[in-house]
Design a binder for this molecule. Structure first.
Ligand code: SDX
Length: 379
């Protein structure tokens, strides 16, 4: 008998020392490099927050201006990559397109030597700068439209909106998109970050690392939940149906999408900020009925499963905001990835500092010492 204790899902098992972000799951506290995420969503911007995550401290004015310049400079994608995206099936999920494109991107740039700090930084900038372009290009190409060229005179959030809709966002909408990117940029040792760190620990190139992390984010238990929340709310349909629908789902032990978290046993602080942001969006777009239904679902769920520590997570309100902005449902998780690439890369760079390949143990439960019966003697 093995003496090793199995912890399914590695619950409470540390897999690395990290200084990137911190969660207090009982006090609804999330900090990036020691700064509360609510403060960053309000006061900072995606570019500055990304620098903070990657470098450990807030940038000086010059550092931020230079970094912003580099990001703007690297937004365009090579025509071969655009052609590759064009060949992907238009019915395929944009997350698969993003994952495939990022993996392919690794073939365009020399990045195999991960001991080269200059090359690692160039890959970091390229990945952060190009993910929105790839996502927007797939969105256009799958409908037979030409991709919209990125604009150097717009910031990261406004340029992404521009590439999707060929119009500039209002200042309020720009701020909401930017704050959503900040809120999704990093979240300690979640599944996709761990996946990226595992891949990074083999000294694989950064494009492979990020493509592995994107693949992990696709699942409905992780980033994919934001799409499923809207499917669920539409299935519930109206406020009167919310209580019977939830009672039935809980009785059948179904997972309610957008609720529950391994670390938070209270409401995810990001969900609270997203609700504030939603009010700003609705001031321009009108208040969708789905939002009132979501608030009612939260109220009922808090009564039923709140005592078990199950509350809304980041995915519960994000989709409602994106839908109000006119963003297609299957782009919700790619937007998560466009933001989280900052955190993934911060963890990858951290992993490389004192790297040791991940190679955990298993508890073997199979047969041993079996005889080989030749095929001719088997029935
Ligand atoms: C993200 O880790 C991160 O940081 C991720 C993330 C990030 O920023 O990177 O925050 C982003 O992935 C958010 C999560 C999105 N997923 C969902 O909304 C899917 C629905 N939620 C879950 O399936 C679940 O809560 C998880 C996956 C988020 C957490 O899974 P755990 O920690 O393994 O918890 P569990 O499935 O073992 O549940 C523990 C108990 C169970 O009940 P018992 O068997 O003990 O009686 O809580 C119940 C579960 O049935 N439960 C739920 C529930 N979530 C947990 N019951 C109903 N609905 C739910 N959503």
């Amino acid at each position: 008998m093995s003496q090793i204790e199995l912890r399914p899902g590695l619950a409470d098992v540390p897999v690395a020392e990290s200084a990137v972000s911190f969660i207090d799951g009982k006090r609804a506290r999330l900090e990036y490099r020691g700064i509360a995420v609510e403060t960053l969503a309000r006061e900072s911007c995606f570019e500055e927050t990304t620098w903070l995550l990657l470098k450990g401290d807030l940038p000086t004015q010059k550092q931020l201006a230079d970094f912003d310049d580099q990001l703007r400079h690297h937004r365009r994608i090579k025509f071969r990559l655009r052609d590759l995206i064009k060949c992907l099936p238009e019915s395929g999920h944009p997350m698969y397109a993003l994952q495939a494109s990022v993996a392919a991107m690794g073939m365009f740039y020399p990045a195999r030597d991960v001991t080269n700090e200059k090359s690692n930084w160039e890959s970091t900038v390229r990945l952060i700068a190009k993910l929105p372009t790839v996502c927007a290009a797939f969105q256009r190409l799958r409908y037979g439209d030409e991709p919209i060229t990125p604009r150097d005179d717009l910031d990261h959030a406004a340029n992404f909106y521009w590439m999707l809709f060929e119009k500039e966002p209002s200042p309020a909408i720009r701020k909401v998109i930017d704050a959503c990117l900040v809120l999704h940029a990093e979240h300690t040792m979640n599944a996709s970050t761990f996946s990226g760190r595992v891949t990074g620990s083999t000294l694989a190139n950064p494009y492979t690392v990020i493509s592995a992390a994107i693949g992990t984010l696709t699942g409905p238990l992780h980033g994919g939940a934001n799409e499923e929340v809207l499917d669920m709310l539409e299935e519930i349909g109206n406020i009167q149906n919310a209580k019977p629908w939830i009672d039935d789902a809980v009785a059948k032990k179904k997972k309610i999408m957008g609720f529950g978290h391994r670390v938070y046993k209270v409401k995810d602080p990001r969900a609270t900020v997203l609700q504030d942001l939603a009010e700003h969006v609705f001031a321009e777009t009108g208040r969708p009925k789905l939002y009132d239904l979501a608030v009612e679902v939260e109220r009922i769920m808090t009564d039923i499963l709140g005592p078990k520590g199950i509350y809304p997570n980041v995915d519960f309100y994000s989709g409602i905001i994106y839908q109000a902005l006119g963003i297609p449902r299957d782009l919700f998780t790619p937007i998560f990835a466009i933001a989280r690439v900052a955190g993934w890369l911060a963890h990858w760079l951290e992993q490389l500092v004192n790297n040791r390949i991940f190679r955990p143990e298993q508890i073997y439960v199979g047969k041993t010492n079996q005889a080989y019966v030749p095929l001719s003697k088997r029935p």
